[in-house]
Ligand binder design. Structure first.
Ligand SMILES: [Zn+2]
Length: 451
């Protein structure tokens, strides 16, 4: 071919390339901006990171401002490297832009505002200014803690016992309840139905420090925390110490197989018993906490007092400290957080009060075990059963048969281990068996006009 043809073909090629370049540089897809749909701002720094993606031309600039009744405030801007001819490099297709919404620096008042984020890319559109994306994000500014008003009066309670706190919160909040030192008991809507009236069942754990601090706390969506100390008098209580002699036969028959199936060390009788009484117990308590941590029913499912197992004799009381010895040597300790109730063998085990089955399965030292949720964070536990007649999720009425007594788990004979919990804390069932106590300490506070 003649050189002229080569030049002509080269010219065509160049035109084609140019055409391709022009069509590329006129691309019309605006940058994608990843940001929250709405923002709630509280006091202090509120760093916000916005992701900008523009795979075609690359990100060119970003500008953020806050609009409220007082006007518009610049929150920052940024220009990113690139050229009109080529756009950005590959590293400029994605940018992270940080905005510090520090309300003290910005001096904005509580109320509503709008965060406007405006982004351009390196396209030739819009007379070479680039495609534009503009987001208007509603912002709620709230720097005030929620108001709290305690409604229930002075509360007398026992160590190891429960109480109810009634309070009003000035606004609907995502989290409220009672702290006893560092243990949290969530609040629930008050059954009386009054808006923003709340009730929390709480307890003073057996192990709590002397004079624990009891506070009602509410945290709003902006993270502002309101707190009010709750007027309570705590009566101390001494818990029994009980020495228990255990024999090798019992360990061999009961503890060793339990350690075995839990995969715990069991080389000697002492090791097997310690494995079960300490490690397996801790594991089982964790399972109980987890199954109760799933949301409790929002209203009381029970009414009146709880029923003690029919015709049962109390064999062992709440919170006694058991000191186990083998051949006159102390080998392990555990606190007994329930009542041991003995009736006839294989006696029907009934629901102490109406509730919903939260757990119905084998549970290590507790053997076959049923846990009922009674609403408002209150639960009861039935252990060592020989068989279970209910399933998780079932609703049961008071005195309904849950199963039959037995000696599964860490038990020396047929009996029912019965325990009650408020939140994650074991409490004394004696209070809940006592109709007068339930009426004056709990139900009086669940009435439409709580005291
Ligand atoms: Zn027991």
């Amino acid at each position: 071919m003649k050189p002229g043809v080569w030049i002509f073909l080269g010219f065509l090629g160049a035109m084609g390339g140019l055409g391709f370049l022009v069509s590329q540089r006129f691309e019309g897809s605006p940058p994608a901006v990843l940001a929250p749909e709405s923002i709630v701002l509280g006091p202090g720094p509120n760093p916000l990171i916005i992701e900008i993606d523009d795979p075609d031309s690359g990100v060119r600039s970003v500008h953020a401002r806050l609009l409220d009744q007082a006007g518009s405030r610049n929150l920052g801007e940024e220009s990113y490297p690139g050229t009109l001819l080529a756009g950005s490099g590959p590293e400029g297709k994605r940018q992270l832009f940080e905005i510090d919404l520090d309300l003290e620096k910005l001096r904005v008042a509580d109320g509503n505002a709008t965060l406007v984020v405006s982004v351009r890319d390196w396209s030739w559109r819009d007379t070479f200014a680039g495609n534009r994306t503009e987001l208007s994000i509603p912002v709620e500014i709230d720097t005030r803690p929620p108001r709290l008003q305690i409604v229930s009066g002075l509360t007398y309670m026992h160590r190891g016992g429960a109480a109810a706190a009634v309070y009003r919160v000035g606004e609907a909040v995502p989290q409220d309840g009672v702290f006893v030192d560092s243990i949290f008991y969530p609040g629930f809507p008050h059954p009386g139905g009054e808006e923003n009236l709340r009730v929390a069942l709480f307890a003073v754990p057996v192990e709590a420090a002397q004079d624990p601090s009891i506070r009602v706390v509410a945290v709003d969506r902006a993270g502002n925390q309101g707190a009010a100390s709750f007027p309570a008098r705590i009566q101390e209580r001494n818990f029994q110490q009980s020495p228990l002699k255990i024999g090798r036969a019992f360990i061999e028959r009961v503890a060793t197989p339990l350690a075995d199936s839990a995969g715990l060390p069991r080389a000697t009788p002492t090791e097997a018993f310690k494995s079960v009484n300490e490690d397996l117990r801790a594991r089982n308590e964790q399972t109980i906490r987890e199954s109760l941590a799933r949301e409790s029913v929002q209203q009381p499912l029970w009414s009146g007092s709880f029923h003690q197992l029919r015709n049962s004799a109390v064999m062992s009381r709440f919170a006694e400290l058991r000191n186990y010895s083998l051949d006159d040597t102390s080998i392990s300790q555990a606190r007994h957080y329930g009542f041991d109730l003995a009736s006839t063998a294989n006696a029907p085990v009934t629901a102490a009060a109406a509730g919903r089955v939260a757990y119905a399965d084998d549970l290590g030292i507790y053997g076959l075990c049923v846990i009922l949720d009674h609403g408002l964070g209150l639960a009861s536990l039935y252990a060592h059963l020989s068989s279970i007649d209910v399933s998780a999720g079932d609703q049961v009425t008071q005195d309904a048969v849950l199963g039959y007594s037995g000696q599964t788990g860490l038990a020396g004979g047929d009996h029912l281990h019965f325990a009650m919990l408020v939140g994650e804390t074991y409490v004394n069932p004696l209070e809940w068996w006592d109709a007068k106590w339930v009426r004056s300490h709990i139900e009086a506070r669940l009435d439409p006009s709580p005291r």
